[in-house]
Design a protein around this ligand. Sequence first.
Ligand SMILES: Cc1ncc(COP(=O)(O)O)c(C=O)c1O
Length: 370
Amino acid sequence: MVKPSKRVESIELSQIRKMFEATNPDAINLGIGEPDFPVPRNIKESMKQAINEDYTHYTPNKGFEDLRLKICEKFQKDNKITTTPDNVIVTSGASEALYDCAQALFEKGDEVLIQDPGFLSYEAIIRLAEANPVPVSTPLEDNFKLKADRVNELITPDTKAIIINSPCNPTGAVIDKKDIKGICELADDHDFMIISDEIYEKIIYGDNKHYSPGAYTDNVITLNGFSKTYAMTGLRIGYLTAPPELTEELLKVHQYNIACASSIAQKGAYEALTGPQNSVKSMVKEFEKRKNLIVKSLNDMGYKTPDCEGAFYAFPRINNPEEFVKTAMDKGVICVLGKAFGPTGEKHVRMSYANSYENIEKAMKILETI
Ligand SMILES: Cc1ncc(COP(=O)(O)O)c(C=O)c1O
């Protein structure tokens, strides 16, 4: 039998997916990483119309020009990033944008800093590009926030990039403005790239604010998507903007891999950016209610849980997480071991509140009995 490449053998399938496959379908699932809301009606209608108008062919490789123009306006308005449609690529989800960055930038011997705990895909895309992930610890004691000082300690001549994610999956932490600016200064001084994954940008609570490194340095690729803000996970649509000298290199990976993002999803994305935003506001309001419930309940149970600043995950500290997750699963609640997200997550469990308020209430009653 032909052997798979060493690159692919060096990574594993997602433990989270494996776990879901093995569980009882009636369990309350706090493992989910996608909004439990439907795609807003105006976006659905725009996609139906796109099908009826036969927008079912290849689009320009970088994506429809009018969509890229709206993405530039969004970057300017929300993120203070000035870019042009030529330097935007519409991708098949933020996942593809991340993969394109890794393939276009990294090679053997490169070191890439990642938040620990952090999103599972980062380590995999770095390894698939034969580079080395370097975890930057963001412990509970720092409220899981990435600190520029900790980044500074890990920079070497081989540092090629840092991938940052704020608000963060799995911790819900938002990186402070001073640290975003500090990381930008480090990138400029040591000549490495920042890859800023801003997919949870709009899912943010209270007075917390999201800051984009693209407002402070040119050494950055900013990526985002429609999966979380507009509950469009299955439509697979995202985007990135990069410095002009890198966009064409990223385009090579994109072009030979997927050619272009789905034409229908691009039409939906255009409507998402230009249509009413009230569904986003009401979704975030509902997430905030659930967050308050889950954070209070877990702290009342004695599991230290900082208030989540964004995204839709709580990351309580639990002394024996393996036993906790197993007992919770036996009693009908699914959650994910924190160590899946990096060594600093070892004494934690991730609980998603992308599930109804009623289900979260029920789940908390069950967890109280552990
Ligand atoms: C931090 C982070 N980045 C990227 C993604 C991928 O998003 P997409 O559905 O746009 O590929 C996810 C999905 O869970 C995520 O949590």
